[in-house]
Design a protein around this ligand. Structure first.
Ligand code: ADP
Ligand code: MG
Length: 322
């Protein structure tokens, strides 16, 4: 039976890149990070608990990817550059096949996004993965939630709703074509953090958030912090390619309230419209303008005829949803 230290050495210790901001990585009492001069550290933590955030028996390689991806998505939403991350793991057993696959998924994304594992903690317990990411951003360029102004455009990256569709496939055995099933499950298990878009939107976007709990709920956070309302045109929503096979009500429902999309929702003044489009093109990420902020409080979603849509559910909340 390998010890905790054997496991850390075998699966979670790698040499530090000499070029990085990480001065000291795994193996000491603390890691040391030197953010660039005149920049702030951007720090965010997300926890994934078996049975709550993923189903028992979930593929460990995908879990490795997703647990880092959801954290990188927070850095993206702040316009922060990834520097390092720590990993706290509770494991029911020292399952080396599980650890090897988990580490493979984790480090594939870490290498792609140039972020290093700098430390963590390992203990026995119900399967729980807790990652803290550290990034850096110039103070006055952070994409905060409270910076939107009235009549800003509201944009989203990529497409919405396919991850929620994937969850329906797994939990309610919804039947889709093989191609749509593959797309929906990929979106659920392998979210792509929009790091390069977040960086490119520095100085352009007035506010940003990543869509983890559903567009309306997450946009609602921007509106609340910026003391604004908004109008969204349902017709403009970038519906996920698999979700387009469903009837319109489900399309709207999942795109607006689905969750797990990990796209960016951001606001920008009208005067920046061309720059937003050019910037998104440069980083190779689709962006869609879906509405505008308003001085009048409240979020209205309009259908094609200009009538308010009333949707069943609100976005996901861990304490109000059984
Ligand atoms: P301490 O008792 O000082 O907290 P630990 O014995 O918990 O130290 O960890 C030893 C070293 O291994 C520390 O540098 C810690 O950051 C690192 N570490 C522990 N678990 C992990 C993990 N899951 N991933 C990466 N590094 C880890
Ligand atoms: Mg410790």
């Amino acid at each position: 039976m390998p010890s905790e230290f054997d496991l850390i050495a075998r699966y979670f210790t790698r040499p530090t890149r000499s070029s990085s901001a990480v001065q000291l990585g795994v193996g000491d009492d603390c890691a040391l990070i030197a953010p660039p001069a005149d920049e702030s550290l951007a720090i965010s933590t997300d926890m994934l608990v078996e049975g709550r955030h993923f189903l028992p028996g979930a593929d460990p390689e995908s879990l490795g990817h997703k647990s880092l991806a959801v954290n990188l998505s927070d850095l993206a939403a702040m316009g922060a550059r990834p520097l390092g991350f720590s990993l706290a793991l509770a494991l029911p057993a020292a399952d080396e096949d599980w650890l090897a696959s988990f580490a493979r998924g984790l480090f594939a994304l870490a290498d792609q996004e140039h972020i290093e594992l700098i430390g963590g903690d390992t203990t026995r317990g119900p399967l729980t993965i807790c990652i803290t990411v550290f990034g850096s951003v110039p103070n006055d360029h952070a994409l905060r939630r409270d910076g939107a102004l009235a009549n800003d455009d509201i944009w989203v990256s990529g497409s919405l709703g396919d991850a929620r569709l994937g969850l329906e496939v797994l939990t309610r055995h919804l039947k889709l074509s093989a191609d749509d099933t593959a797309v929906a499950l990929q979106r659920l298990h392998r979210p792509i953090p929009r790091v390069s878009l977040g960086l490119a939107l520095r100085g352009i976007a007035s506010a940003a958030i990543d869509i983890s709990d559903g567009l309306t709920g997450d946009l609602g956070h921007i509106l609340k912090r910026s003391a604004l309302g908004a109008t969204i045109e349902a017709d403009l929503l970038p519906i996920g390619s698999a979700l387009r096979s469903q009837d319109q009500k489900i399309q709207y429902e999942f795109a607006l309230n689905g969750g797990d999309d990990y796209e960016l929702c951001f606001c920008a003044p009208l005067s920046q419209r061309d720059r937003v489009i050019a910037t998104a093109q440069q980083v190779g990420v689709a962006v869609t303008r879906i509405g505008q902020t308003r001085e009048i409080p409240g979020l209205r979603v309009l259908d094609r005829a200009g009538k308010s849509l009333h949707l069943r559910s609100q976005s996901f909340d861990h304490f109000s949803t059984p």
